[in-house]
Ligand binder design. Sequence first.
Ligand code: CUA
Length: 351
Amino acid sequence: MYSEVARTARASSLPAVYKSKHVLPLIIIGIVVAGLTAAQALLIDWLPAATSEQAERTFTLLWVLFWCSTFFFTIVTAVLIYSIWKFRVSDDDLGDGPPIHGNTRLEVVWTVVPSIVLVVVAIYGYIVLQRNEAVAAGNLKVDVYAQQFNWTFGYTDAGFQTGTLVVPEGKQVELHLRARDVIHSFWVPEFGVKGDAVPGIDHVIWTTPTKTGTYPVVCAELCGVGHSVMRSKVVVLSQVDFDAWLAKSKGKVGSTTSTPATSTPAAAGTTAASPSGNATVGKTVFAASCTGCHMGDGTQDGGVGPKLQGTGLTLDLVTDQIKNGGATMPAGLVSGADEANVAAYVITLQK
Ligand code: CUA
């Protein structure tokens, strides 16, 4: 048969006779494949701006891997497409293909080259991981508490907690991830770090912010009905601003502990008519710690927790709920004077 003769001829004398004929179409197909691959890489915003040292290293590694992959993908795909098109037998050709006993040189090349690439990539990845997890002396340690469905950040050394993570620019932050109920995952896309918070485990991750600004904290592990609203913020301040914030926050703790009377009347429930907490402060705390479940600062239906506005709640009920939890709401979401402050805010929603 003609086609089989032609095919045998092609297979046996391929390098010498067809070399020049194959190169140009292969290059054209390669350019098209590379162009399409590069376009979907460059036209879509795959990654946020890197705002930590770790993100800069990780994102660079990712792009190096991507362009290496594109290079080899282009070669393999171009040869594949060209072969399918050029060496396809006709539909009525039922004959056997030419007997081929492998090509040692080709097989050595396609084994050795990928092996070298893999080793280089593995070493590069290892170096990035080592640098990203190198512990800096005198870093800032923050406890991250995850629970359905909010984040709490504990500044252990300073002795207070917040609903928003505040960190200084240019200094390593050591985050101790802890879960109070189920598995959650702490993720700041701009920092390029993500870590699971698992009950019973102190999981440590490190990040060194490089740009001041406010970025989202996202829960990246399905943790229940409020998972999608389990969000917070991380605020990166300059070292000077951070020190001022830390001193101010410490000061607040001091005033709280020195005047325990602020929460005592509410707890006793004897002066239920007039809340003793500061509703304005309470609103800020509510926005940071409670809106993950109570939508619209407690004024809207549809959240994980109920709407709190106009429900006729008494101060005793609200205070008890904040202190002890109940239904799906855990106890201890806010502490200290903030219990009374948040209660005072919730009471303002009843008017
Ligand atoms: Cu916590 Cu999802």
